[in-house]
Design a protein around this ligand. Sequence first.
Ligand code: FES
Ligand code: FES
Length: 161
Amino acid sequence: MSKHHIEMTINGRRHSGDVEARVSLSDFLRDDAGYTGVHVGCEHGVCGACTVIVDGKAVRSCLMLAVQAEGAQVTTVEGLAASDGTLHPVQQVLLEEHGLQCGFCTPGFVMTLAALTDGDAKPSEQQLVSALSGNVCRCTGYQGIRRAAKRLACNEAGENS
Ligand code: FES
Ligand code: FES
């Protein structure tokens, strides 16, 4: 089967590869680029575990073809913490609120929240909770995750945590 040469920026680094047209972005990120923080659960767009940020928007990378991300800016969970190890505010708040247990779903929750809270956006708690409705967690019961969303919402303290 013929392959397509694609190039994209992943976590600030250029990455190129040759892929068949049928290869999903999640498989390309994990198998070709080595970003195994992209977790693949359902592969049907249902669980949200594979969520990454593509050109500023949260996307389910199991539903996007790698060739569709040609030239894009892609961020995975590995790209959020600072180089000195300081956690991204979303990661820090999830940690403090005990918003994870086994951690399988966590990259997806983190990326969904980061896509909404990074930059100038000032989402409400309701907007954050509603965005998270597409992310499934089998362990936590969601209460810690909801507390984290509440703290990240600008309508709580007037600014992001
Ligand atoms: S693995 Fe992509 S939504 Fe479940
Ligand atoms: S922490 Fe285990 S699935 Fe969410």
